[in-house]
Design a protein around this ligand. Sequence first.
Ligand code: FUB
Ligand code: ZN
Length: 678
Amino acid sequence: MNKQHFSTPVALGSVKVTDAFWQRTMELVRKEVIPYQWEVLNDRVKDAAPSWCMHNFRAAGRLMRDKKRKGAEFVAPTYTFRGFEALPDDPEHPEEDRFYGFVFQDTDFSKWIEAVGYSLAQHPDPELEKTADEAIDVVCAAQMEDGYLDTYYIINGMDAAFTNLRDNHELYCLGHLVEGAVAYYEGTGKDKLLRAACRFADFIADRFGAEEGKCKGYPGHEIAEMALIRLYEVTGEERYLTLSRFFLDQRGQEPFYFVEEEKARLAQAGKLKQQAKTNLSYHQSHKPVREQDEAVGHAVRAVYLYSGMADVARKMGDEAMYAACKRLWDSIVGQKLYITGGIGGTHMGESFSYPYDLPNDTAYSETCAAIGLMFFARRMLQIEADSRYADVMELALYNTVLAGMALDGKSFFYVNPLSVVPEACARDERLQHVKPVRQKWFGCACCPPNIARLVSSVAQYAYTESEDTLYTHLYMSGEVTKRFGDQEITLVIESGMPWNGHVKATVRVKEPVQGTLAFRIPGWTSGAQIDAGGKQQTLKGGYACLSGVWQDGDAVEFDFPMPVHMVAADPRVRENLGKVAFMRGPVTFCAEEADNGDQLHLLRVACGSGDVAVGMENVFGHETAVLTVPGKRTVLPEAGGLYGAAAPVKEEDAVIRLIPYYAWANRGLGEMSVWLRG
Ligand code: FUB
Ligand code: ZN
């Protein structure tokens, strides 16, 4: 690692996104998704699964208030522990003081407020800010005097707190609260939630750590690791860095904490003969993190962990940690990544499967996992600008992440299959997890607010900066301002992405400024044309680094040829042997029933990539590339049984129309397939 290469995301206040593609999506999140999610958080949306999130905070808040009103010193309540998920018999009339939903229900709020923070940083909105401030009051009122803040235990009984770190998400709730609080602080300058998050983090730091007598546990669902680094960055308090590093150092050490914890729970329940059955790799706790080399277990947990590892590697100059990050990255990208940028091949444990097991119809490919992959990629880029990371980040963004949300922002995918037959989803239990249409909300609603926070902060994936360099990783029209010493450069970007590869960057400065502007050359292009406007140009890690003294009006231009790629998978991906998929620029395409009729498996591509026509069409209310592929369709026999003598099938000509994968399932129920017979 070379510290000089380290970079950090630009502040959202110094970016403007004016791009047609991104502005539409960001405005959708700002105007539709964020307000809609606030309604869901308050259980006011008919036909959507209730969230219970704000209900739980209010219930916990009443508990706090009543204890104080009595004038008694606060004592943690000792209610009976109610188990994992308590749901009311009558959802219209929940019991006022009870907790409902998943143990991590608090995080629906934390992710929402994070999205709000990012949005306000770029788009002040007094009404939204007022709603958010009121929500923060409700959340803070639920915090215990000692700083603890997880409504599941506050309501159900603090006697069980920290007895099941493996499953019960307390440290996950901390992580999300921190992320939300930092974003809201950065977006508004208001620190009420940040102070609450610090108090909760301090509570944890007082009880967890290497010192004697402290708990040696770590998060069952990672995120606190990377969140604590953000808290460290914003507060400068070393103890958050120490705590993050402690969690990473502890993970996978023997005796395994989750096994010991489970044994203790069994013993307490009098089940002494029962064996502990913790699946360590599910939580990536099977080995010390610096020794891990294969991405395993729950995919979201995994990429959140690797993101935290990359952060700590950067902050502490930990080469062994960085080496592990690189191995884990290679494991994902070399063997476990869908062509849509999704990860997680199996719904069993929402997990990575074994190498090259990337089924299309039973895929899990959770939206959150693709978002987590972007987190990991961005953090690897922060250590070293290597365009391979940005290529994958872009792939995840333009395909699985965007597919997670309907084009009207009103419904969402949790699971992102690469092939769908609606009847199979309805009738085949193995596909129970696959929904052929997006859902308004989910009982376990991790994905929709995750999309909101990612889209609202997308500029922080586009640009990072070091002292002397501004990196452009993703292209979107707009402006970004960077300080070089005590001078400023504003870079005005005009980009045709994701539909064409022409990019122009014009410099705006008051006085000449010395500095380096680094632009990623995407992996999907070859023969890039660069007009560096006379600046000195070096190529490093897939970035064109242009250095010199920048004058007002200086411009650089890029032409990244964006041909259609007809792609084959490694032959070890059993499902895809003999099949092809189509990509153009960062976008992966798919065939839908709406364009091609049903029984998509009958289609065959009968051309080379050069024969594919690219058109821009307004299919979804905005201009989108559509591919037209010469092909064949198997003709069904008029008679005959289920089996017959093997003979060449009869085919007729077919024109196969492909749309971007992110836009599928926006025209009603129907089949979809990314891979076609080739
Ligand atoms: O456990 C919290 C979230 O719920 C995970 O990240 C998702 O995979 C879902 O299981
Ligand atoms: Zn999710």
